[in-house]
Design a protein around this ligand. Structure first.
Ligand code: LRH
Ligand code: MN
Length: 393
């Protein structure tokens, strides 16, 4: 590989960091049940331990996304616990994810619920989550709500827009100087007729109504079939509304499969648009948001981190200046070859060398297998995991 290419890859790898989700280490499933793994994490400490091991193996995952109800059931009172875990396992708390989709009160919505009392309850949870973010010096409040309805005519879409704006504006007003709020959209599930924040346009308008610290979060699994996701991301970057990504892969809907497992070229195209935008996309947050129902949790997480790193390094190989010339000259095949040839390039030897120069394992997945970490965790956690049953109905 030419030196210039190695330099490009090294520069990209030096800046590429990706956040991992605490819930990616836990026993998760679908509505048809979940398959318990002996080594799965059930406590917040075990999730930090696993995140610390992924950081030791890959060197590029310094933060772990936290879901407030799942990881900090006592809210602000758990901050000192989290601080201790950060010190013990060498990873920091990343984005703070409020949970407005589990409590019984949210049957007809949270921020968009027709009941003013329940809307106030939702807003209070948002404000508590903002305070948790401040206490943990975490930049991003990552907001996804399942609000919507299942049957036409059963809810006022119009009034729900106004209630959503009120709640998001109240949240924005509480943000600290270094905080942002990311608004994540999703076309359906668990709501199956209308979802209040269903696409990027609705999320962007809510951000604009909330304030300058509000940005749109693009979950790659939250698009109807055929949607051009990289085009949406380009528009958001151009309009200064792009906050970041929740990465995963899918064949059908929000399948939350491991990234790059179904359509790696999709993620390559997304990274290419972000890299082509240069400094305009510097503040973008890269986060994994997956649910590992069948694969081993640690293996799936390390595999995803390594795959994201490889696809980002490939996209960084594109000669964007040359590409722009060919695009504007409408030299279609030359432009396509300039854009695509990097995708066919095997960057793994260069990435192994980059890791070795930093004292990291050349092959993190191999190192995980050799470390015996999963077997050890399985022995320590088996009893507790086997006690937890998971039936749908
Ligand atoms: C919703 C979502 C959201 C998370 C959840 C775990 O589908 O993508 O980002 O809160 O998954
Ligand atoms: Mn998501």
């Amino acid at each position: 590989m030419k030196d210039q290419s190695i330099e490009r890859i090294d520069k990209a790898l030096d800046q590429f960091r990706i956040e991992i989700p605490s819930w990616g280490f836990a026993n998760t499933g679908t509505r048809f049940g979940k398959f318990i793994q002996d080594a799965a994490a059930t406590t917040t400490e075990e999730k930090f331990a696993d995140a610390g091991e992924v950081f030791r193996l890959t060197g590029i995952t310094p933060t772990v996304a936290l879901h407030v109800l799942w990881d900090m059931p006592n809210g602000l009172d758990d901050v000192s616990v989290i601080r201790g875990l950060e010190r013990k396992y060498g990873v920091r708390a990343g984005s703070i994810n409020p949970n407005l989709f589990q409590s019984q009160e949210y049957k007809f919505g949270s921020m968009a619920n027709p009941s003013a009392e329940i809307r106030q309850m939702a807003i209070q949870h948002m404000l508590d989550s903002v305070e948790i973010g401040k206490a943990l010096e975490s930049r991003d409040l990552s907001i996804w709500v399942s609000d919507g309805s299942n049957y036409p005519g059963t809810q006022s879409i119009r009034r729900r827009v106004r209630w959503m704006e009120e709640a998001m504006s109240a949240t924005h007003a509480a943000l600290g100087a270094n905080q942002r709020m990311l608004i994540e959209y999703k076309p359906f599930e668990p709501a199956f007729y209308h979802t209040d924040i269903a696409d990027w346009g609705m999320a962007m308008l809510l951000c604009q109504a909330s304030g300058p610290k509000a940005k749109v979060l693009v979950d790659t699994g939250h698009h109807l079939q055929g949607t051009n996701i990289e085009q949406i991301i380009t528009w958001l970057i151009e309009k200064n509304g792009f906050g970041g990504l929740h990465l995963n892969d899918r064949k059908y809907a929000d399948d939350d499969l491991t990234l790059g497992s179904i359509d790696p070229y999709q993620l390559y195209r997304i990274f290419a648009e972000i890299l082509a935008a240069g400094a305009k996309a510097d503040s973008a947050a890269f986060m994994i948001d997956q649910s590992h129902n069948l694969k081993g949790k640690m293996e799936a997480m390390v595999q995803s981190v390594v795959t994201a790193q490889e696809l980002y390094a490939r996209a960084a190989l594109i000669d964007f200046a040359r590409l722009a010339e060919l695009q504007d000259a409408c030299r279609l095949v030359d432009a396509e070859e300039c854009f695509r040839s990097a995708f066919w390039t095997d960057v793994r030897p260069a990435i192994r060398a980059w890791r070795e120069r930093r004292g990291l394992a050349a092959d993190p997945l191999q190192e995980l297998a050799a470390s015996g970490y999963v077997e050890r965790a399985g022995r320590e956690r088996r009893e507790r995991n086997r006690q937890s049953t998971a039936t749908y109905a």
